[in-house]
Design a protein around this ligand. Structure first.
Ligand SMILES: C[S@@+](CC[C@H](N)C(=O)[O-])C[C@H]1O[C@@H](n2cnc3c(N)ncnc32)[C@H](O)[C@@H]1O
Length: 312
């Protein structure tokens, strides 16, 4: 049953422009974060996380790196040797929030982008942003699996936001609920995994490390690329813990002792600190860490498991 208050709780939506190097990317967002808090409070969930309703420094850093460094179909371009070159790749964006990084990946030439978050309202804004940036391959409505939060029907994203000229990119952009704490439900098989500003709770660190490994587990032993954008000064303990997980995948509790972790290799291929500016002009340093992750194919894992068991 729809929450009786939901019809009386407007969450006004507007647009803003994120400057990503030389490229302006339109985002679609609640006009006031306090509206979001009010909606959650009225639904009896005052502790709900409203962080999806803003553009964080990590997304600006990631978007800029893809558009400026990866060569792009959306006005970016440049160094084709960038480690964040997503051209022709399938990309999943974890904790996408308003979807700036996912939209930038699509504009930079990715073949497919899946925006994921646990909050359907965030995914709605992500898809609306994709359309607002002229991406013709963007889904117009959330898939039914996203559900309507508490009976609030989100409806199709507004066509009125579409620019007069479409983007050059034909990237297919979809959205799906993915909760970091339910890695077994996440779709797999992507070439690139993006995550920015997601390490803000201690328990998310191990969950995301686990999820990222699982996301690369169905690539038949081929390496996938993981890019994390994180301001190292924001939650330094969480950041340090995540780095340890990447250096020693065996220390990730979610997979300790499981066959999957055996033989998984994580190689850091790039790390750089960039300064970036958010929508309200605040500057912050963000660390962009790029890893190549290889999880042995199931056949190889089963093979090594049976060798081990026949020796035992
Ligand atoms: C700080 S915001 C960052 C959003 C975006 N990546 C950015 O940098 O602008 C964190 C995002 O993670 C999402 N999130 C938090 N916990 C989550 C979980 N357990 N599963 C999936 N998404 C989650 C939030 O809804 C929010 O959109």
């Amino acid at each position: 049953m729809p929450h009786p208050l939901s019809a009386h709780l407007p969450m006004a939506i507007g647009t803003a422009v994120a400057r990503c190097g030389e490229t302006d990317v339109t985002v679609v967002m609640p006009t006031s974060e306090s509206d979001v808090v009010d909606v959650y409070s009225a639904m009896g969930r005052p502790d709900e996380d409203p962080h999806w309703a803003d553009v964080w420094h990590g997304d600006v850093a990631l978007a800029t790196a893809m558009l400026e460094g990866g060569g792009g179909g959306g006005g970016g371009g440049g160094d084709a040797g960038s480690t964040i070159d997503v051209r022709g790749r399938s990309v999943i964006n974890l904790g996408a929030g308003l979807g700036l990084a996912g939209v930038a990946a699509a504009l930079a030439g990715a073949s497919r982008v899946l925006m994921t978050d646990r909050e359907p309202r965030a995914l709605w804004c992500s898809l609306a942003a994709a359309r607002a940036n002229g991406l013709r391959g963007a889904a117009e409505t959330l898939p039914a699996s996203c559900g309507a939060p508490d009976g609030v029907a989100l409806g199709p994203t507004p066509k009125a936001l579409e620019p007069a000229s479409p983007a050059a990119s034909r990237c297919v952009v979809d959205a799906e609920i993915v909760d970091w704490f339910e890695p077994e439900l996440a779709p797999t098989g992507f070439d690139v995994v993006l995550a920015s500003d997601v390490l803000y709770t201690a328990d998310a660190v191990d969950a995301i490390a686990t999820l990222v490994l699982r996301l690369f587990s169905s690539r038949g032993g081929r390496a996938g690329r993981f890019v994390l954008a994180d301001p190292p000064g924001r939650f330094p303990e969480n950041h340090a813990r995540f780095v340890r997980c990447m250096e020693d995948p065996g220390s990730i509790p979610g997979y300790a002792g499981e066959a999957l972790i055996t033989g998984a290799s994580i190689e850091r291929v790039d790390e750089r600190i960039v300064e970036c500016v958010n929508l309200v002009g605040e500057t912050m340093a963000v660390k962009l860490s790029t890893y190549d992750i290889t999880v042995p194919s199931r056949r190889a894992r089963d093979g090594s498991a049976s060798i081990l068991s026949s020796r035992a």
